[in-house]
Design a protein around this ligand. Structure first.
Ligand code: AMP
Length: 330
């Protein structure tokens, strides 16, 4: 049977190379092989009380970047979470079977309590319920999640199982993590160690200006260079090669690998080539983004059509959930 795949999208921040090679590139492929739902999680964003003046701009920006990077509204259902009121209703129903204790024990909640003790709202506590509903409302079977979200997916399986047990039904499937196998990569930062990430502040954004990207790459941390043939690569250099491997041709990678091995490598040349090849990925996305973000009519069409399809699926599930729980029409 065809898998139903669902992925949520954060509404804040620009997409970076880590997002592209770690997730998006696979999403683009995945949508041709599965029934995919992608949504911008604007209701989840409300837990941090975003400025109402910028919330919509953030949603629009995220949508335009995902479309520019290759999500295809003809192939996938792309929608805004708040455009599907069925989600809010099912969130209410789901919360009747979700226990405060188990929510308080989630790592993400404990982390927020530590980081923002002044804003521990009920939405934050029930974040995993909403996430479970996002998934279960389409009876999705696969969800591509990173390590930080695995616990939420485990809770979703628990809620699905619990619902099925309480009502004696086989209604919700237990969603599994979408495994990209060999395609799963960790994109490092250019600052010597660790991954590229928003909170690390070391991102090459997909919509960065050409000269900004060149500058960021030229400033990448390196070392003093190999002293002896076949000497062990230091972490910053390994990181440069990891990114080169993703963006450059095998010939280019082989050329610089050989130069490293025979100690003739000049990191300046390596970085110039790396910047060039990163730009081959990012510039077309940046250009498409510039067109899309200014095309209000197109964006409206995408979300209207997406909401229609998402609501058809969500309302079918909700209708059955109401029936199962005994909420019936006179
Ligand atoms: P974030 O922007 O942190 O919400 O990340 C969204 C998704 O992008 C994650 O779940 C990962 O799949 C992917 N991702 C983010 N940063 C990286 C990275 N440095 N390397 C690989 N994948 C990444």
């Amino acid at each position: 049977m065809e898998d139903i795949v669902l992925s949520g999208i954060r509404s804040t921040g620009n997409l970076h190379l880590g997002n592209y090679f770690g997730a998006l590139r696979n999403f683009v492929k995945m949508q041709y092989e599965n029934r995919c739902y992608f949504f911008i999680a604007d209701l989840h964003a409300l837990t941090t009380h975003p400025d109402p003046k910028i919330l919509h701009e953030n949603v629009k920006n995220a949508l335009a970047q995902y479309l520019a990077a290759g999500l295809d509204p003809e192939k996938s259902t792309i929608y805004i979470q708040s455009d599907v009121p069925e989600i809010a209703e099912m969130y209410l129903l789901m919360n009747m079977h979700v226990y405060v204790g188990e929510l308080e024990r989630t790592a993400s909640f404990k982390d927020k309590v530590r980081k923002q003790p002044e804003n521990v709202n009920a939405g934050l506590l029930t974040y995993p319920s909403l996430m479970a509903v996002d998934i279960l409302i389409h009876r999705a079977t696969k969800v591509p999640v990173g390590k930080d979200q695995e616990q939420h997916l485990e809770l979703t399986r628990r809620f699905a199982r619990r619902f099925n047990n309480i009502y004696g039904v086989e209604f919700f499937p237990e969603p599994q993590n979408f495994n990209f196998g060999h395609d799963a990569v960790k994109v490092p930062g250019l600052d010597g160690s660790g991954k590229m990430g928003k909170s690390e502040g070391n991102c090459i954004s997909l919509i960065d200006e050409e000269k900004v990207i060149r500058k960021k790459v030229m400033k990448a941390v390196t070392d003093e260079g190999p002293k002896t043939p076949d000497s062990e690569m230091s972490e910053p250099i390994k990181n440069l090669f990891t990114i080169l491997d993703l963006v450059s041709t095998p010939d280019t990678v082989a050329y610089f690998t050989e130069q490293y091995k025979n100690c003739s490598i000049r990191y300046g040349d390596l970085k110039k080539q790396l910047a060039e090849d990163i730009l081959k990925y990012t510039l077309p996305i940046k250009e498409r983004y510039a067109d899309i973000i200014n095309d209000e009519a197109y964006l409206r069409k995408v979300v209207t059509c997406g909401a229609e399809r998402a609501r058809a699926s969500a309302s079918a599930t909700l209708r059955e959930v109401r029936e199962i729980m005994g909420i019936r029409k006179f």
